[in-house]
Ligand binder design. Structure first.
Ligand code: 8IG
Length: 278
């Protein structure tokens, strides 16, 4: 006889996120966090600029979170106190995320941001490493996500929940970030399920559709966070030219190396911006 174990995440995603938020509040003794950061491939080094976390634990110790499955994704949750001009705020930082290509469905992919919003976060900062489709981009360049194109044929929302996505990547927040670093460009991010990279023909299709960046994350989290009322900032780090752009092949080590090199700049940017968001 076999035992079927049904994870509560799939039965009651929002209720599970509420439970997860309560577990985080208990573990940190902090009732409410203000800002969430999801640190993607290569972004973990950028957290050094935030100082020393007051708390750190493995995400899988919190209900609904899966163990990490990708190199460069450590699966930790940290809490930071960040000082700013108008007092201090609390940042809830997720090192690593779950991706659609892991095949566990969409619920684990968005559990991080749902938990963050239930923990009190009004702003969700989503970072990722991605391929550059726009040929003016250079490896190691951060780009603000202005809009997205979803090519995964899935959504974190179910039911007649017709959420408007016109200002999904908050214009207010992009303006604040650009006042911190005027050299930042904006682009349109394509969500590709993966785990294969695109073919050169698919990259040509995406460029023709108006895309600048391509990656395997961020879009479901942005939608789920926005649907729960949080403001979203998306920042992509271009870590490789997309397929067919340079004739080089793509590899994951190149991604990790480009992230390490850009970590200091990214960390300073985040530290400068976070206190101005709330
Ligand atoms: I890093 O070129 C990274 N992630 N789909 N394509 C897609 N995802 C990526 C890429 C890329 N680079």
């Amino acid at each position: 006889m076999s035992t079927l174990v049904i994870d509560p995440l799939y039965v009651d995603p929002l209720g599970t996120a509420e439970l997860a938020a309560a577990q985080i509040a208990t573990r940190t003794a902090i009732a409410r966090h203000d800002v969430a950061l999801v640190m993607g491939s290569g972004w973990v080094g950028a957290t050094e600029a935030l100082g020393t976390p007051t708390h750190e634990f493995n995400a899988e110790e919190i209900i609904g979170f899966l163990p990490p499955s990708v190199a460069g994704h450590s699966g930790k949750i940290r809490s930071y106190e960040i000082d700013g001009p108008s007092g201090s705020l609390r940042a809830l930082v997720f090192l690593g995320r779950t991706h659609l290509y892991e095949g566990k469905g969409i619920e684990p992919v968005v559990h991080n941001v749902r938990t963050a919003v239930k923990a009190g976060c009004k702003v969700v900062i989503l970072t990722n490493a991605c391929g550059g489709i726009n040929t003016t981009y250079r490896v190691g360049q951060p780009v603000l996500i202005r809009d997205h194109i979803s090519l995964t044929a899935t959504s974190p929302l179910i039911g007649a929940n017709f959420v408007d996505l016109t200002d999904l990547y908050s214009k207010r927040i992009r303006t604040i970030v650009k006042s911190e670093d005027a050299s930042l460009q904006e682009g349109v991010y394509v969500h590709w399920r993966g785990p294969t990279y695109e073919t050169p023909a698919e990259i040509l299709m995406m460029r023709t559709m108006g895309a600048d960046l391509v990656g395997m994350s961020t879009v479901p989290e942005a939608i789920a966070a926005h649907a729960l009322g949080a403001e979203v900032l998306g920042i992509s780090l271009v870590t490789n030219a997309a397929a067919g752009v340079t004739g080089e092949k793509l590899n994951h080590e190149e991604v990790i190396a480009a992230g390490k090199a850009a970590a200091e700049r990214m960390g300073a940017l985040l530290k400068g911006v976070i206190p101005k968001l709330i």
